[in-house]
Design a protein around this ligand. Structure first.
Ligand code: 4AD
Ligand code: MG
Length: 454
């Protein structure tokens, strides 16, 4: 579609998006998915193309068109094809093909997730998601970070929030029991209780403490029973980890990272971004550009709580020091108070994971969450506790099974260093970029409570 007109015969293959008929010509818009707009095919009714094949070239049909590219008089396209031959490939879609030329609701399209990539919106999401994946690797590779593949099946719980899916080959109709009447895992595949990972962090730290700057980017799983527009049971997470790096360096990387990805999408996906800007969230392009151009704000949890307490009557959950921030609080901070991304630091240790480095006050940890308008948290990270005794004490204090973490503790025994990292929820960032309101619409096949079709 970016080629110049030419007399050389070419072939274009794709699916018919629309068909318009007039007395002497028929217009097909044929798309192969490589861009938002399809190629316009002009079929002269006096040509050799039979009326029969024209009739079969209905919406959804796969076609192969031969012809030459000519200048297009129509607005918004450089060239169109003057067809000399049209072949219908495969069978013609049945009459109940659900994607007709009207706008369908996202709810309806979720029920036909196998066909929704054929729509403008889901085609655009797929291309933007692909571009963002490329940009993620580009960002880290340019900075010398090593990509590490952390395991999916794990024997440890990184976040300690009790939201893991269990993996087992035991016969659930006949569960072997120990003498105490508990499940006997000795006969299970791994000989012990095993789960799907909630984060690759603990493992990636091992590579960080040998190879310096590393990252993992893969699927993670959480059995949270939260039916919201921001939670999936299976989502992708990007987790960088840096050695000889404290919280400040970690926050700098997070800001640079987000800006790099937004900038990449604005530069490389302009047609798709124009579509989101027009049909999904008006002004989203300007918002992203202003995020790229503006330094992120920073505030401590303690200051954030002080601000939130001033407007406590706005909230369903009242805020006081020590409570976990809910989405409504996060959104107030980022949308109203800061009017842009904000990094909140130094949370109470009670509401954060065991591995975070303790501050000198003994009450707060060197955590950082990045909050953005519309979504709230999109990044969670911290400096890690590198002191063996303190980490061990924390594991004991939280009633965790120390023997499961011996290898993680070993990093603090052999050449321990300050190190830091974070996790970015990939789908939340895609929501932010595209303006889509529901996280189920930015992953090809969403897995949520009671949803596993496709
Ligand atoms: O804040 P979280 O739980 O942090 C971690 O897992 C750390 N181990 C990361 C690290 O330091 N290496 O999760 C990180 C991010 C969240 O900020 C959010 O964007 C996303 O992962 N996330 C989810 N996204 C979709 N659905 C869910 N159920 C999510 N839970 C977390
Ligand atoms: Mg978090």
């Amino acid at each position: 579609m970016q080629s110049d007109p030419s007399d050389q015969a070419i072939t274009a293959q794709g699916w018919v998006k629309t068909k318009r008929d007039s007395k002497n010509v028929c217009f097909l818009e044929v798309s192969d998915g490589s861009s938002m707009k399809g190629l316009q095919i002009i079929i002269d009714k006096s040509s050799d193309i039979s009326e029969e094949s024209l009739a079969l070239a209905a919406t959804g049909a796969a076609v192969s068109c031969e012809g030459i590219l000519v200048d297009s008089p129509a607005k918004g396209q450089k060239v169109e094809m003057q067809a000399t031959a049209l072949t219908i490939v495969g069978t013609v879609p049945a009459e109940d093909y659900p994607l007709q030329k009207k706008r369908h609701s996202f709810e309806f399209l979720r029920e036909i997730a196998h066909l929704r990539p054929r729509t403008n919106t889901f085609g655009a999401v797929a291309r933007v998601r692909n571009a963002m994946s490329t940009a993620i690797h580009g960002f880290f590779q340019e900075r010398g970070f090593l990509y590490v593949h952390t395991p999916i099946i794990t024997g440890s719980d990184t976040e300690g929030a009790g939201q893991m899916f269990q993996v087992t080959t035991l016969d659930l109709d006949n569960i072997p029991k120990t003498e105490e009447g508990k499940t006997d895992y000795s006969g299970d595949f791994f000989g012990k209780q095993t789960h799907m990972t909630v984060s690759g962090q603990l493992q990636v730290e091992n590579y960080c403490c040998a190879l310096g700057d590393v990252y993992t980017f893969g699927p993670t799983f959480r059995a949270e029973n939260s039916n919201t527009t921001r939670h999936l049971a299976e989502f992708w997470m990007i987790e960088p980890e840096m050695a000889f790096c404290e919280l400040e360096g970690n926050m700098e990387l997070a800001e640079d990272f987000i800006k790099y990805i937004l900038n990449y999408v604005l530069e490389h996906c302009s047609e798709d971004m124009d579509f989101f800007n027009q049909w999904v969230l008006k002004g989203v392009k300007d918002t992203l550009q202003s995020v790229v151009d503006t330094p992120f704000k920073h505030m401590t949890y303690t200051d954030a709580v002080a601000e939130l307490e001033k407007v406590n009557d706005k909230f369903d959950f009242k805020v006081s020091w020590g409570c976990d921030l809910q989405t409504e609080h996060e959104r107030y901070l980022t949308e109203e108070l800061c009017q842009g991304p904000v990094i909140v630091t130094d949370y109470p240790k009670e509401i954060k994971a065991f591995y975070m480095k303790m501050n000198e006050d003994g009450k707060t940890v060197r955590a950082m969450d990045v909050l953005v308008p519309r979504l709230g948290e999109i990044i969670g990270g911290s400096q890690r506790e590198e002191d063996f005794d303190k980490l061990k004490a924390r594991i004991d204090e939280m009633g965790m099974d120390e023997s499961e973490y011996w290898w993680y503790l070993d990093l603090r025994r052999f050449g321990t260093v300050p190190h830091s990292g974070f996790g970015l929820g990939f789908e939340r960032l895609i929501q932010y970029v595209t303006g889509l309101g529901n996280i189920r619409d930015v992953i090809p096949f969403p897995r949520t409570v009671k949803t596993i079709d496709f």
